[in-house]
Design a protein around this ligand. Sequence first.
Ligand code: PGA
Length: 245
Amino acid sequence: MKVIVTENFNESCKLVAERIATIVKEKPTAKLGLATGGTCEDIYKNLIDIYKKENLDFSKVHTVNLDEYIGLDPENELSYRYYMNNHLFNHINIDKANTYVAGGIGDVDKIVEEFRSKVSENGAPDFQLLGIGVSGHIGFNEAGDKLHSLAHLEDLQKSTIKANSRYFEDESMVPRKAITMGVGEICSAKEIYLVATGESKKNAIEGLIMNPYVTTQNPSTILKLHTNAVVVIDKALADLVGYKY
Ligand code: PGA
């Protein structure tokens, strides 16, 4: 696992957007694993800028997203399908039929089955983008006694509900369950970039980059087993955890 320390969060977003753009240029049929959350919004803004400036072609790109809230339909502005359309897909020449965000409503067993087959369909993703939760979750794989390798339903932890409540009217409105790609599926991607910024991510990033241990209590630590995983943090966060660069 490699760690890159940037001057600031803007630089992190630029760097990751440029990496995604390079992958798409080199392989126009690339399969991208995408993520949502506050951290990714600026990465997508940068990617849209590159798309406009360089006529980047997404017409043959396929995407599969990490997760979705259970109980929110795709039209709901707080669903991750809506987020992806709004922050990226509506602004680039991607064919939405080639984008997959698991459904948040309907027959859950069927959705899980469909999700698992979409992740492996036509081979593993070429790239996976990740944020990180305050307890180290990746996708919605929460800290606990065990981790699931495949897509599954997950009960959201109190810390996740609290962190994500900023988008909802109040905390009680945040869905309690989500469907998420499993950690084995996340690690099947050929290349992974995890991006973090801010004080709230201190403990999670400390567990990820400041010791050699892998633990289910910090799901992101599974990335230490991946041969092509990159953690992108800014100087402020590196200083907070005492990482020397
Ligand atoms: P955030 O979420 O980017 O909104 O902090 C990241 C995550 O929960 O994975």
